[in-house]
Design a protein. Structure first.
Length: 81
């Protein structure tokens, strides 16, 4: 009987480890979703501002939005000091 109990306990420990890994993956995925939602909202905001101002964003010196992400910030294009 002790070996059967040991097998059940080992399966329980394995299931707990798997559950913890899945929780960690879920947390990572939820953070990624939050980053993507923020990015989408920022893009929507920039696009709506661009449409409101009538900017075409083609030539040097014209309005070019800077979009920030959690990792990097894009530099404005075509603007020289």
């Amino acid at each position: 009987m002790a070996s059967v109990l040991g097998l059940v306990e080992a399966k329980e420990a394995s299931a707990r480890e798997r559950a913890e890994r899945l929780r960690s993956e879920l947390e990572d995925a939820e953070r990624e979703v939050e980053r993507l939602v923020t990015a989408r909202e920022m893009v929507s905001q920039v696009l709506s501002q661009t449409q409101e101002t009538g900017s075409h964003m083609h030539g040097p010196g014209e309005f070019r939005p800077v979009i920030a992400t959690a990792v990097r910030v894009a530099e404005p294009v075509g603007i020289r000091p």
